[in-house]
Write a protein that binds this ligand. Structure first.
Ligand code: IPM
Ligand code: MG
Length: 372
């Protein structure tokens, strides 16, 4: 299979984690005789520094023409504490989502037995957690009219949803639920918000087309609590843009490290794949960030291409590293491996240089960090 992939490394740890995914994709193309062509483009703080624009036109053009986009991370502290900044890195990502029509952000939440001890939840609540958040990504308060008056005493952010925006993501979420445990939970604030009442109405109507899927409804405040109390109850969670942003960060910590979680943003054309973590500027350039969120996003990209065998092999390799203690500093602050080493180990596993049973731990130990 031949694919053109636009790589946007972005800010902070974005470049170093994305490079591991490219290594892994190259290992996959070597084993399975695919051809992946990469084109590198700018977005975020790095794009502002180089061009003054967080999303240069060339990036949008290339993304529109690509088969998929692999993205690292966005954001820089110099903009976070400056409310009057005219341009912000995050505007680049929001504009790219809108330009590509990426209306659904898909965030799977899974846990790994080897990391249960890192979860803030008790092991009995962590074991077997497996749900997917479908977050609407191009509507709602993120994209509504926003304004501050001249005196800087009053601001507003408008939140609007149309029936069509709700329907298209709801269909995707229902279809996904049909392939899983057949349960869909709509998260909203229908006791207060008019937009939430529209979400509920539309989802109730669509539900009749998916009779095999059980639907329930949760207010977002209750959902935030249930994710901590009993995350196993969820299968597919469907929600609007801002609730999904907040709940997916909350849910991400269940697995033990935010650094592990991948995501896919899909629409009608080219889709974008990115780890859910941020740019983690404190770690940038130190080769200590966890590349697994990015590598698992690359696996989601392969699934999207229909290469499910290849994607499953990447997940197997990731499981192998975790089970054998080949982990980054976020997971084991004393005995940790570098970002680049994890990328190499996973690539070596994929091309068969390391077999799961006969592994030469001594050689691998040599690549461990000596910084304690
Ligand atoms: C995310 C991020 C973005 C969002 C930011 C960087 C604009 O938090 O992808 O979840 O809020 O959507
Ligand atoms: Mg977020």
């Amino acid at each position: 299979m031949k694919k053109n992939i636009v790589v946007i490394e972005g800010d902070g740890i974005g470049p170093e984690v994305t490079r591991q995914s490219v290594k892994v994709l190259n290992a996959i193309s070597e084993c399975f005789h695919h051809e992946f062509h990469y084109r590198y483009h700018l977005m975020g703080a790095v794009a502002i520094d180089k061009t003054g624009n967080p999303l240069p036109d060339e990036t949008v053009e290339a993304a529109l023409q690509s088969d998929a986009i692999l993205f690292g991370a966005i954001g820089h502290p110099k903009y976070d504490n400056d409310p009057s900044a005219k341009v912000r890195p995050e505007q680049g990502l929001l504009k790219l989502r809108k330009s590509l029509g990426l209306f659904a952000n898909i965030r799977p939440i899974t846990t790994y037995p080897a990391l249960h001890h890192l979860s803030p939840l008790k092991p009995k609540n962590t074991e077997g957690v497996d749900f997917i958040i479908f977050r609407e990504l191009t509507g709602g308060i993120y994209f509504g009219k926003k304004e501050t008056n001249a005196e800087q005493t009053r601001s507003f952010d408008d939140c609007t949803y149309t029936r069509e925006e709700i329907e298209r993501i709801a269909h995707l979420a229902f279809k996904k639920a049909q392939t899983r445990r057949k349960k869909l939970t709509l998260v909203d604030k229908a006791n207060v918000l008019e937009t939430s009442r529209l979400w509920r109405k539309v989802v109730q109507e669509i539900a009749s087309q998916y009779a095999d899927v059980a639907v329930d409804f949760l207010f977002v405040d209750n959902a935030a609590m249930q994710i901590i109390l009993n995350p196993k109850q969820f299968d597919v969670m469907l929600t609007e843009n801002m609730f999904g942003d907040i709940l997916s960060d909350e849910a991400s910590v269940i697995s033990g490290s935010l650094g592990l979680l991948p995501s896919a943003s899909v629409g009608h054309g080219s889709a974008l794949f990115e780890p859910i973590h941020g740019s983690y500027p404190q770690a940038a350039g130190k080769d200590i960030a966890n590349p697994l969120g990015s590598i698992l996003s690359a696996a989601m990209m392969l699934d999207h291409f229909g290469l499910s065998k290849e994607a499953a092999l990447i997940r197997e390799a990731v499981g192998w590293t975790l089970n054998n203690g080949f982990v980054t500093k976020d997971i084991d602050p004393v005995n940790f491996y570098f970002t680049s080493t994890i990328g190499e180990l996973i690539s070596d596993y994929l091309v068969g240089k390391i077999s799961g049973t006969d592994l030469n731990k001594e050689n691998i130990e040599l690549r461990k960090s000596t910084i304690i």
